[in-house]
Design a protein around this ligand. Structure first.
Ligand SMILES: Cc1ncc(COP(=O)(O)O)c(C=O)c1O
Length: 373
């Protein structure tokens, strides 16, 4: 059997990793500024994280959501404390897309409405509802295109209000920082306007923090730079440092109805053990402060060049927009300088390093950029 060939692959085979470093099968070391697509939050193979998963596997690896699982309760408690949302509830699932799916479903149950407002350049995942609110027709099949979704421009408050006024909008979904769409941060005024418009017209504000959350922006969630409190916050990626895990934080006004949400694997023992370890490490090692400090250093020191149009983002979620296709630059960084980077569109290098990136590693990248540009 062959693999279904949907991924464009780099010719690199990682076999070992530690912190922000990765080694391939030939022993070549790489600096990881991509974090396996924003997934590695506390660093590869952190000893506390590895120990937590190994210990848990020795005790019990899986049982269903029909029994009491104290690890879920511990995770909810720690996540409430760490995020500042102790009064919200936690529902655990398996991925970012599933989190958005659950958030939109819950908003629809809660309001009895069926339309969603999303934004141009958005990415929310590939399952049916999540891909329907994603602004990329290439990955929306006819089967997914049946949802009632209206796309507005970021910052177009009037456009959003015109939609909400119609009274049929269950949810407005927006990323804390748009990632795949090219590192666009909604302004404080715009997110505050969305919060008050949703309150005024009875819609639910859903903040997709799958990529921008878990400390990446220098706050626990990126929207916390603006002081708003959304109805539902969605999570994934870094939540368990690579063990598949997602979840949503739900405001107190939502009613929990037995059987309305559910999943076989969500909240399993290993995912919870990984997620608890991640929160403990983030706190102990002050990784959110580190993400902010190292990210701000990077933003300020990426060399000025006629080839670079703009550098933007927050913390360790940074886009370097070029005036040219970045594919050759990324190949050069990977194959000649042994640095992993991400991409957004054709002209942007996207940096999504683990939150433990050191200043020395950031300086090395700046130096390499100076040399190759
Ligand atoms: C903002 C955002 N939401 C949702 C998703 C989907 O997450 P997953 O691939 O875990 O389903 C992603 C993935 O890149 C994302 O960046």
């Amino acid at each position: 059997m062959e693999l279904f060939d949907v991924y464009s692959l780099f010719d690199v085979t990682p076999v070992r990793a530690q912190g922000c470093r990765v080694w391939d099968d030939r022993g070549q070391e790489y600096l990881d500024l991509y974090g396996g697509h924003a997934v590695i939050s506390v660093g590869h193979c952190h000893p506390d994280y590895v120990a937590a998963l190994k210990d848990q596997l020795d005790k019990i690896g899986f049982y269903s959501n029909s029994v009491v699982n104290p690890l879920q309760v511990e995770l909810a408690h720690k996540l409430g404390e760490a995020s500042g949302y102790a009064d919200y509830s936690l529902f655990l699932d398996n991925s970012g897309a599933e989190s958005n799916e659950n958030a939109l479903k819950l908003a629809s149950f809660h309001t009895g409405r069926d339309r969603v407002v999303a934004f141009r350049r958005s990415f929310h995942g590939r399952t049916s509802g999540a891909v329907a609110v994603t602004d990329n027709p290439k990955i929306v099949s006819p089967f997914n295109a049946v949802h009632k979704v209206t796309f507005c421009d970021l910052e177009d408050t009037e456009g959003v209000e015109a939609q909400l006024k119609r009274g049929d909008v269950a949810a407005v979904i927006v990323e804390g920082i748009q990632g795949c769409g090219g590192i666009h941060t909604p302004s404080t005024a715009f997110l505050q306007a969305l919060e008050s418009l949703c309150a005024k017209y009875g819609s639910v504000l859903v903040l997709d923090e799958v990529q921008s959350g878990y400390g990446r922006s220098g706050k626990f969630f990126a929207h916390q730079w603006t002081g708003i409190r959304p109805g539902i916050i969605t999570m994934g990626k870094g939540i368990a440092n690579g063990f598949p895990c997602g979840g949503i934080l739900i405001a107190p006004e939502f009613e929990a109805v037995k059987g309305r949400l559910g999943t076989t694997f969500g909240g399993n023992y290993l995912a919870c053990a990984g997620a608890i370890a991640v929160l403990d490490i983030i706190r102990k090692e002050k990784l959110i402060d580190n993400a902010l400090a190292v990210g701000e250093y990077l933003k300020a020191n990426i060399p000025a060049s006629p080839r670079i149009r703009e550098v933007r983002g927050r913390g360790l979620m940074i886009g370097i927009e070029f005036n040219e296709d970045v594919a050759p630059i990324r190949r050069q960084l990977l194959y000649e300088r042994h640095i992993f980077t991400g991409v957004a569109g054709s002209n942007m290098i996207r940096l999504l390093a683990p939150l433990c990136l050191t200043m020395a590693q950031a300086e090395h990248f700046v130096q390499v950029l100076k040399e190759i540009l």
